[in-house]
Design a protein around this ligand. Structure first.
Ligand code: DMJ
Length: 409
């Protein structure tokens, strides 16, 4: 955080090697401060957080002629504003969230109700009709919470419809694909898995049931998870992995697992399936240990790394945290310590943490995304913090680790 303050203040992200900054668009949207704010409060860094909150209120303005990627803006900024509002009671944060949510609403104006990938914050102009389940189905925690907190039902309705429209297009055997055209509702890539571009769609089916008590979400989760176990699970010499299959036939297409997939034990554990969660977490940890840091994509059949990058992802730590809290087994504390020591050893720089170009060579690259502040450090911290710091039974974390409390009836 101090590295960001020193070299990137007022911009989106720190570039930890060149000690400069990176912005997602032509003007900054304060990604790191908004994403990292609730982490500071949770860690008890109240003074630092209050100063940052005041800066955000003074500076952040969404009336900008920028075509933004709705999903990323929702999980990082909308989620961050809502959780920090709930922590501080600062109504201006809710006002900012309301303004942002309203500016994103035109994205849902497609013939199917599935949202476009990009929307202009000022004009509402939409673009990029080819989307994916993660981007069409990872909106309801944030938009639903916005409805509950503002009393405006439209946000819940639009995001819920997008989730249901995604689910409705599952194949007869219950799987969704990787890419979908939001104008026609046709799949343009039929690869099915729990990895990038689908992952948090499944996460939100379950979590929206927990947060809102929405029975339809629970029913969609129940049917989906059965298909996932049936067609994606691989039992390999006693190890549990989840691979890729064609959504129409269920036939295995790839036997890969990776850093993003490593969120899945957390959701399994949360849903009560501790047996599978534990076995799958052992597989993720095995993948991590091969090179002392996990790769983006690993082939569990051939044992080869298929994509060697590591952009400081939090998912394996998130699952370690859930498993520790839900089992009380100190094995997960030891696992977390192992992950932490490797993480510091290979990714630390003078003023921050850097992505790895390759977990094999450990060569670094000049980036530190805001989710490092929002998620990676938060889950590491919460794993070792006293349980009362944040009762995991009283919050639902959005996919960017912003904790949302059900403060409504
Ligand atoms: C985060 O922005 C979120 O966790 C998202 O669901 C997936 N990718 C990153 C972290 O890896």
């Amino acid at each position: 955080w101090n590295g960001y303050k020193k070299f990137a203040w007022g911009n989106d992200d720190l570039k930890p090697l060149s000690k400069t900054h990176h912005n997602w668009y032509s003007e900054p949207l304060l990604m790191s401060p908004v994403d990292g704010l609730d982490t500071m409060y949770i860690m008890g860094l109240t003074k630092e957080a209050d100063t940052t909150r005041k800066y955000i209120k003074r500076t952040l303005n969404f009336d900008k002629d920028l075509s933004v990627q709705k999903f990323e803006i929702v999980i990082r900024l909308l989620g961050g504003l809502l959780s920090s509002y709930q922590i501080t009671g600062d109504k201006e944060l809710l006002k900012l969230a309301d303004d942002l949510g309203t500016r994103l609403l035109p994205a849902f104006e497609s013939p199917t109700g599935l949202p476009y990938k990009h929307v202009n914050l000022r004009t509402g102009k939409v673009s990029t009709p080819i989307s994916n389940p993660a981007e069409t189905g990872t909106l309801l925690i944030e938009f639903g919470t916005l409805s509950k907190l503002t009393g405006k039902p439209i946000f819940y309705e639009k995001a819920k419809r997008a989730l249901v429209e995604t689910y409705k297009r599952r194949s007869p055997i219950g799987l969704v694909g990787t890419r979908i055209n939001v104008e026609t509702g046709e799949w343009t890539n039929t690869d099915s898995h729990v990895s990038a571009e689908i992952d948090s769609y499944y996460e939100y089916l379950y979590k929206c049931w927990v947060l809102f008590g929405d029975k339809e979400c629970k029913a969609m989760w129940d049917e989906s998870i059965a298909a996932i176990h049936k067609y994606l699970a691989d039992d390999l010499n006693g190890e549990l992995w989840y691979g890729h299959a064609d959504m129409a036939t269920g036939q295995r297409t790839r036997t890969t697992w990776g850093a993003l997939d490593a969120f899945f034990p957390a959701v399994l554990a949360l849903s009560g399936d501790l047996d599978r969660a534990k076995r799958l977490q052992d597989s993720s940890f095995k993948m991590w240990q091969i090179h002392g840091i996990e790769p983006e994509v690993y082939n569990y059949r051939s044992g080869k790394v298929e994509h060697a990058g590591y952009p400081l992802r939090p998912e394996i730590i998130e699952s370690t945290y859930y498993l520790y809290r839900l089992t009380n087994d100190s094995k997960y504390l030891a696992m977390g310590e192992h992950l932490w020591r490797d993480f510091v050893k290979y990714c630390r720089t003078e003023d921050g943490y850097a992505h790895l170009k390759s977990v094999v060579t450990k060569e670094k690259s000049d980036a530190m995304q805001s989710f490092v502040l929002a998620e990676t450090f938060k889950y590491f911290y919460l794993l070792f913090a006293p349980e009362k710091t944040l009762d995991p039974k009283k919050v639902v974390f959005n996919t960017e680790a912003h904790p949302i409390r059900k403060t409504w009836k």
